[in-house]
Design a protein. Structure first.
Ligand SMILES: [Zn+2]
Length: 113
């Protein structure tokens, strides 16, 4: 049976607690954490704002703005978002998978969501 990639959707209480614990650690400690992914600065050229550039990515717990559900924005997904999808650093995960999906479906129907 193939192992499903952990996308941070429907995290267990334990996963959430661990992500929160790591998120609260000082940056120097997070950087050394086995779950941290180093950033590739050559892929972050599109970010030309002053200030913060990611040096590494770490699992990021967040609460959905729409329904209040807690999920984890995985380090691997952040790396993909910033480096491959060329996302901006001021955009962070604010909605859970289900709410994002619902919004996309709504947009396709020409809804005003
Ligand atoms: Zn939600």
């Amino acid at each position: 049976m193939p192992v499903e990639r952990n996308t941070g959707r429907n995290p267990t209480a334990k996963e959430l607690a661990e992500a929160k614990r790591i998120a609260a650690l000082p940056k120097e400690v997070q950087r050394q954490h086995p779950s941290a992914l180093p950033a590739d600065p050559s892929k972050l050229d599109h970010i030309n704002t002053y200030g913060w550039l990611p040096e590494f990515y770490i699992d990021k717990p967040f609460r959905c703005r729409d329904c209040g559900k807690e999920e984890i924005w995985k380090a691997a997904d952040q790396k993909w978002y910033y480096e491959e999808a060329k996302g901006h650093t001021d955009a962070t995960a604010v909605r859970c998978h289900d709410c994002r999906k619902a919004r996309k479906a709504n947009a396709r129907r020409g809804g005003n969501g």
